[in-house]
Ligand binder design. Structure first.
Ligand code: NAD
Length: 489
């Protein structure tokens, strides 16, 4: 195994984190972690199984029945505030782990650390404001509702944004009073092991947060099927999401599914193109396109289509893909199979005669065994082609022209997904018509992504999933509503 990069002082041990301490996997099995920047193993994690998950669920159940479950809401909030501060105090260390593990440029990893801290800060203020209602009912009755935690919640986290997705999911679940069992992705989870340790050091009571690392089909499947898990939050692919949803449904367990997208950026001829262009590039280049809300389809009104593509092409041609610590526009993709999958989309596009407007370049000194794909802008992509309809999860932008508003709406809604959309136009009435007509969980007008938007409810329709995370709305998903009816005569 290679020596750790000198900028990472310590790597978490290949152990789970259960009840505030690192513990070995029951069978002692481990998995190698591969550095996407050079394709070499650099660390190991525990390979969890059903017995490890069972230990974690037991620890979380004890926490719910013990100190954590009995904490006053304001005290729960103070625990989350302390975690937020600890994240910021260890920002460099967490960013280095995240950058190396995911292969993302250091500046992007730093932004993810800040967003993770912000989730805990936001949810720290929530526990003592999450209340039920009194309801008007018949004469002689008093009716009230209580928002209660589910109990022990399960969280399956993907590899593209470990810190951010952990923050939005676990932060909200803890704020609502649940105890959590987390199964991070086998491809990238080192930052989360360190974060769990920091949470314990910040005073989070034992068992409130537990992490079991390992493979999806082993530890992940065991978590979702465990009878002690009362709610599942899953972020990942639609196929795995369907399996998770079916496993949860088999025991009537509620699930939140966030399954990615094929989000359109729609540029009308009256748009402020100067401000649209950098946002369009960033929305597909960020994290090398491995973002559920990536703006991976570009729909441009025909009158300005060629001009917009020419100007975007100039920007794409300047993009550089390089190792994470080189901190350029793009890093490598997460693993060899993901790189090969993206490359297949590009090879098929070339075979089908789809035109390349521009391509960025891979840095000359990027290690040959890293998982690199140059950012690519393609034009006149047929609306029903895989490139236009499937989630590529790479730095590939598929552009196509449209003729009028109705055509733009038909194209925007023409995939199985519905997560996010961007609309660029100065026409106020059209902004609202488009926002209403587009089938997606979020619509951004004259901006895209709003810098992450911790406060903004997020989630999909259609194959992008169901349920909402982020914002106050997430707290409702992590609670169950009890109605109490008192007859007082
Ligand atoms: P995946 O859905 O297989 O994995 C996501 C998480 O689910 C990981 O933690 C994994 O261990 C776990 N998992 C896998 N099988 C499981 C099971 N049977 N039960 C419980 N948990 C299980 O995603 P992937 O294979 O790593 O990536 C493939 C594609 O998924 C990507 O190309 C992309 O399109 C999509 N994806 C989307 C997002 C997103 O943010 N929406 C994130 C990652 C991947």
């Amino acid at each position: 195994m290679n020596a750790p990069d000198r900028r990472i002082t310590a790597l978490p041990p290949p152990r789970h984190f259960i009840a505030n301490r690192f513990v070995d996997a029951h069978d002692g099995a481990t998995l190698a972690m591969i550095d996407p920047s050079d394709g070499a193993p650099f660390a190991a994690i525990a390979r969890g199984n059903a017995a490890d998950i069972d230990d974690a669920v037991r620890a979380a159940t004890r926490a719910r029945q013990g100190v954590w479950g009995r904490l006053a809401p304001a005290a729960r909030g103070r625990c989350l505030a302390a975690i937020s501060r600890a994240i910021l105090d260890h920002a460099d260390e967490l960013a280095l782990l995240e950058a190396r593990d995911c292969g993302k440029p250091l500046a992007q990893a730093r932004a993810d650390v800040a967003a993770c801290a912000r989730y805990f800060e936001f949810y720290a203020g929530a526990p003592d404001k999450l209340h039920g209602e009194t309801l008007p009912y018949a004469e002689g009755y008093a009716v009230l509702t209580w928002r209660e935690p589910h109990g022990v919640t399960g969280h399956v986290i993907p590899w593209n944004y470990p810190l951010q997705i952990f923050g939005r999911s676990v932060g909200a679940a803890l704020a609502a009073g649940n105890a959590c069992v987390v199964k991070p992705a086998e491809d990238a989870c080192l930052s989360l092991l360190r974060l769990a340790e920091l949470a314990a050091e910040s005073g989070l009571p034992e068992g409130a947060l537990n992490l079991v690392t390992g493979l999806g089909g082993e530890a992940g499947a065991a978590l979702v099927a465990h009878p002690g898990i009362a709610h599942v939050s899953f972020t990942g692919s639609p196929d795995t999401g369907a399996q998770v949803g079916a496993a949860a449904a088999a025991r009537h367990c509620p699930v939140t599914l966030e399954l990615g997208g094929k989000s359109p950026q729609i540029v009308f001829a009256d748009a402020d193109v100067d401000s649209a262009l950098p946002a369009i590039v960033n929305a597909i280049v960020q994290n090398a396109g491995q973002t559920c809300s990536a703006g991976s389809r570009l729909l441009v009104e025909r009158a300005i289509h060629d001009d917009v593509l020419a100007r975007l092409g100039e920007r794409f041609a300047k993009l550089v893909t390089a190792p994470a610590f080189a901190d350029r526009d793009c890093g490598p993709l997460i693993r060899a199979s993901q790189r090969d999958r993206v490359q297949r989309f590009l090879d098929d596009a070339a075979r089908d005669g789809i035109g390349v407007v521009a391509r960025g370049r891979i840095a000359d000194d990027a290690p040959a065994n890293g998982f690199y794909v140059a950012p690519t802008l393609l034009r006149d992509v047929p609306p029903r082609s895989p490139l236009a309809c499937d989630e590529v999860f790479g730095p590939v932008l598929a552009a196509m022209p449209f003729d009028d508003e109705a055509h733009a709406i038909a194209l925007a809604n023409g995939t199985g997904y519905g997560l996010v959309a961007g609309v660029w136009t100065r026409d106020g009435a059209r902004q609202l018509r488009m926002a209403r007509a587009i089938e997606s969980g979020q619509v951004f007008v004259n901006n895209y992504g709003a810098g992450g938007g911790v406060e903004l409810p997020f989630g999909g329709v259609k194959h992008s999933g169901h349920g909402r995370e982020k914002g106050f709305e997430a707290l409702y998903g992590f609670t169950t509503l009890k109605t109490v009816v008192l007859r007082h005569g």
